[in-house]
Design a protein around this ligand. Sequence first.
Ligand SMILES: [Ca+2]
Ligand SMILES: [Ca+2]
Length: 256
Amino acid sequence: MRDADAVTLNTGDFVMAKDGDYYVSYLDYGQAGDVRLDLSGHAGERYDVFWYNPRTGGPLLHAGTADGGSTVQLGGAPADPGKDWVLFVRNTALPDSPDSIPAPEPPPAPDPVPDPEPVPDGGSQYLDLFFARTDTDQTLLGFGDGSQIAASDLDDGPVTIYAVAKASAPTVTSVTLSVPGVNTQTEKVSPYALFGDTNGDFKGGTSFGVGDYDLSLQVNGTGGVLETVTLSFSVVEDSLLADTSTIVQDWDPFLV
Ligand SMILES: [Ca+2]
Ligand SMILES: [Ca+2]
């Protein structure tokens, strides 16, 4: 589109044109009574003529067609010629919407907050493990054997560890969780929390500062002990994880 005020014989209007294709003219107060549009360069083309009321909005009002090849008289606005109108003239060979006026994009839907993904781990075949804050009872992240956890992800606590049975697990009747130097707890009701809980209202908690930790789990089922396993994880300064996270963010599957 280009600025094309001279394409109409009206002196006080404002015209945008894509020559031969589209013409949009804003006719302010008193200009809309008798509009003449110069289509002399476009013999053989036919144009739909529309009016749009900028004061009330609404649909485009079709006002017939005009043939190119001369300066054409487009008549007047369908009502209130003394007021502001917009004139839209479109080559009938073109689609309903000019490409150069893209439809407004719908606002992006807010990203749903994803549930933390359980991390596959070599530690327990029956339990998924998570960190959660005990003050807000918000789950922070999943982890497994060998996980390195950024200190900032634990946000200085108070934090607990909890386990839930994998869907594929047999019936679990109790779980004992033990982190030496932190706490030991036996839980009979899921979630199985290191400091206990009441229906997911986690109790206690600690800050899990930077360091290496062992988590021992004993999982009991109806027939007795299902598994006894010890897994390890580390809480590390964010700077030590920075390289890894950059690589993950920059990786583009479409460039591989
Ligand atoms: Ca529990
Ligand atoms: Ca709580």
